[in-house]
Design a protein around this ligand. Structure first.
Ligand SMILES: [Zn+2]
Length: 307
């Protein structure tokens, strides 16, 4: 959860009100008095992966069949290089009920579980199709088609409720979530455990990186910043057995040097706190998101999505 900070995005400076930072001491303190619940998982609706059927026919006109999802309908092709693709990326952090006297900061970065479920129900009813970051990258970079009404549902930080609240609701509606976790607190206090993360990954959820310790990357020494970027990727890939190709900037802070480090470490894209749903192929490391907050009505939520 990002603290109050100055967000600098490619020369644009804005004041961002956020929650206080969580330091490891706090995490360890929380770990001593909190035990994450591990409810029995329900079988998850897996989304069929894209399958290319190789041609066994000697006929030169044999075609290749692509089955991107269980119920293929129409697809959107990639935009021209100088145009934007319309792909909203929703941004969630905490999912819990807040007391009436909750601070403005808490209300900014939290969504009530019943609101979250209503939002997911809305997306499913309106025919939105969740895609992974790999699909979005392939669309922007290699012009691979996407299902109509594509959307990414992203979660930052790795809060425990992303397993106890979000994961069952996503499965219920046949949706995929993209979880940007920072790895140091996993298994402690209010955060996901590795076992939970492994279960989510095995169920088709998209797990991506948010560093090791959630630092201010631009002010770190280059070696330390590179360690945060590269080692979190390697650790997630080793423990989950899936490629990690997308990154969420802690506090939304980045600059050209940070982007260069991400590219060197093997990432293909990164998400920001900038608002919008128009994503450009030449801005793969500055993808925009739509923040969902506690006070948002379903009407307001729907109004921020492409119609
Ligand atoms: Zn964060």
């Amino acid at each position: 959860m990002p603290p109050g900070s100055i967000i600098i995005q490619m020369g644009i400076v804005s004041k961002q009100k956020n929650n206080p930072p969580l330091v490891l001491a706090t995490i360890l303190l929380l770990a001593a008095c909190a035990s994450p619940t591990t409810p029995t998982p329900a079988p998850s609706p897996r989304v069929a992966p894209a399958v290319a059927t190789p041609s066994a026919s000697p006929m030169p006109t044999a075609t290749t069949t692509r089955i991107p999802t269980a119920t293929p309908t129409a697809f959107v092709t990639a935009p021209a290089p100088d145009q934007a693709a319309i792909v909203p990326i929703l941004m969630y952090h905490n999912l819990r009920d807040l007391p009436n006297d909750a601070s403005e900061l808490q209300r900014t970065w939290t969504v009530a579980p019943k609101h979250f479920e209503a939002q997911m129900n809305y997306l499913a009813q309106r025919g939105f199709r969740t895609i992974t970051m790999a699909q979005l990258i392939a669309h922007l970079r290699e012009r691979q088609p996407l299902p109509v009404k594509p959307i990414v549902i992203s979660f930052d930080d790795g809060w425990r409720e992303q397993y106890t609240v979000a994961f069952p609701i996503l499965k219920k509606y046949g949706l995929i979530g993209t979880f940007f976790v920072y790895t140091n607190p996993l298994g402690y206090g209010q955060f996901l455990t590795w076992t939970q993360l492994q279960e989510m990954a095995a169920a088709g959820m998209d797990i991506q990186s948010h560093t090791l310790s959630h630092p201010h990357l631009r002010t770190l020494a280059p070696d330390a910043a590179m360690k945060e970027i590269a080692e979190s990727k390697a650790l997630l890939e080793r423990r989950l057995g899936k490629p990690v190709i997308a990154f969420s900037y802690p506090y939304g802070e980045y600059d050209p040097a940070v982007i260069e480090m991400l590219k060197r470490a093997g990432y293909a894209s990164a998400v920001t706190l900038a608002t919008g749903y128009r994503q450009r192929a030449d801005e793969l490391f500055a993808l925009r998101r739509i923040r969902v907050s506690y006070a948002d009505t379903l009407e307001e939520f729907a109004g921020r999505l492409p119609q």
